[in-house]
Design a protein around this ligand. Sequence first.
Ligand SMILES: Nc1nc2c(ncn2[C@@H]2O[C@H](COP(=O)(O)OP(=O)(O)OP(=O)(O)O)[C@@H](O)[C@H]2O)c(=O)[nH]1
Length: 384
Amino acid sequence: MFEGLRNKLRDVRNRLGASIEEHARPLDDSPSVTASDEIIAPAPAEDSAPADTLLHEAISDDIPPAPAPEKGGASAKQRWSEETEQPVQKAGFFQKFKTLVTEREFILTEKDVADPLFDLEMVLLESDVALPVTDAIIAHMKASLVGTNRKIRQDPGKIVSDALRDALREVLGEGLDISAYIRSHERPVKILFTGVNGTGKTTSIAKVADLLKREGFSVVIGAGDTYRAGAIEQIQVHADRIGVRLIHHQEGADPSAVLFDTVEYARAHQMDVVLADTAGRFHNRANLMSQLEKIRRVIKPDLILYVDEATAGNDAVVRAAEFDRTVGADGVILTKADMDPKGGAAISIAYTIGKPLVFLGVGQEYSDIQPFTPDLILNEILGD
Ligand SMILES: Nc1nc2c(ncn2[C@@H]2O[C@H](COP(=O)(O)OP(=O)(O)OP(=O)(O)O)[C@@H](O)[C@H]2O)c(=O)[nH]1
């Protein structure tokens, strides 16, 4: 999954790494620096003195530490302190250049990274990453890379990977652990599935039912798609295969009534989870949307999961936002991630609608479902 994005990001990371390599300056005449010298030189203007000069000035003038450029992690001051625990060794010309950047200062201006960051922006937009999400990633990368004067002890590729990993982590969010949610809420926990026709909603309900069943929860499914011909038979086949009870009425019946009965059944049998199917619908079909609103009022779901396909890219993000606005959504399932080379929807959706990505569908088997964690996506798109 996401192999196209992975390959493009590898190229951009190499270019950014090359830019760091190019602008990392040898510490040839710098004085030895130890942990006690907790000093940060301020970020220079583009036309300011070279890093070596700044370092000398910072030490002799005792300039106070600059504020940390990024939130969350260790401050630049801490890093400086950690990274300078060992006295810097003087080395011959040849050796200095053989040690790559591990014994050099690392200082970049916006201009130094402008071209590679522009390339990164293009790669993200081409991969259907939503514009505000792309902007957030680029801003985070700039904050991480630009204007910090520090000595580095790692290769440039790692610096870029770490910055990109942090930037992506910020937009991906934390996900939602459904099993933990069920354990910590009053049973039965009612989960309503909404989404557009043909995106894999019915299959996803079966996958989630199978997953929860394997985790020891008792599950009942409500056949709330009474609109599409054959939908009840389709979900019945899934329910039979995974050994889960299905509550259904006739085709054309009121879906609210079906799902009300499903919740009653779950209560009567002290079941843990109700998974409520609904007819696929388009967000611009007012009558179908109002039917969904009625279901919501009748069964009062604990969670509404919006299902769409990762392959729909930005369309999935736009539709999710619309569903969230009209009927609400507490989380998202993106199906067919296994067929999506771009990854744009998976990266964008949580940040755009402010709701967690909960599962990724990764194939057609019942076991082809992955609870979302940021590392799941990060490892896919940054793994080499
Ligand atoms: N490759 C792949 N195929 C999937 C995935 N999830 C679902 N599918 C396939 O997508 C097709 C549509 O899935 P359904 O579950 O029938 O879609 P639906 O949204 O319920 O469609 P309606 O019942 O018409 O609303 C089926 O062929 C599924 O096997 C997935 O994660 N990966």
